[in-house]
Design a protein around this ligand. Structure first.
Ligand SMILES: Cc1cc2nc3c(=O)[nH]c(=O)nc-3n(C[C@H](O)[C@H](O)[C@H](O)COP(=O)(O)O)c2cc1C
Length: 193
């Protein structure tokens, strides 16, 4: 099977564990290569939320936000989608305005112009009108807005269950098979329905 290439960007919003879990899950597939960009603010949030993050990411293909010469900055480089997880309101705003002044904004801008899959996992609450308008603009431009909103009918018991649920949804949208989280209709879970 042809190797799939997925770009994962981690920005300075809370919930960087979602990004790490997506990276770890994709790297278990031997037919998938990941290309990971971490923003400067993302590194600060990683320091706070996952103190040993540098060791956890050390075996992967990492880029910093100012490496504008990286392959994903060009539309001629072929890949199978980009996920910004978590996506700060700052990054969301830059992309919505078409300002490609770091590698994450530029790679996202390229996804939209080349009509490639772009998934944003925004993390902020409550949302102001500017956030909402930016999300609408991005949706209209072709992006998928996939907020981390857990369901409770699958009876999550741990934080890990909640993280898996979100990452499972992202994988569904990338059309990558997984067994991370139960689905509605799963006979063992929903035997009374
Ligand atoms: C600990 C911490 C948590 C933050 N959480 C959020 C958040 O959940 N959502 C958000 O939009 N910004 C959050 N911010 C603010 C962003 O990090 C800030 O706007 C930054 O400029 C984003 O840059 P980036 O999009 O290039 O990563 C947080 C900042 C810190 C230090």
């Amino acid at each position: 099977m042809k190797q799939k290439k997925i770009i994962i960007a981690i920005t300075g919003a809370s919930g960087v564990i979602y990004g790490l879990k997506l990276v770890e899950t994709l790297n278990q597939h031997k037919n998938i290569s990941t290309f990971i960009i971490i923003s400067n603010a993302g590194k600060k949030v990683l320091d706070l939320e996952i103190p040993n993050w540098k060791q956890k990411f050390s075996k992967y293909n990492l880029y910093s936000e100012n490496q504008l010469e990286a392959p994903m900055a060009s539309g001629s480089w072929q890949h199978n989608g980009m996920v910004i997880i978590p996506c700060s309101m700052a990054t969301l705003g830059y992309i919505a305005m078409g300002i490609g002044n770091n590698l994450i904004h530029r790679a996202a801008d390229v996804c939209l112009k080349e009509e490639k899959k772009l998934i944003l996992v925004p993390r902020e609450t409550p949302l102001n009108l500017i956030h909402l308008k930016n999300m609408m603009q991005l949706k209209q431009a072709g992006a998928t807005i996939l907020p981390p909103c857990p369901n409770f009918y699958t009876k999550p018991k741990t934080i890990s269950d909640l993280i898996n649920q979100l990452v499972a949804k992202v994988l569904d949208h990338l059309q990558i098979e997984h067994n991370l989280s139960p689905r509605w209709g799963d006979k063992k879970l929903f035997k009374n329905f």
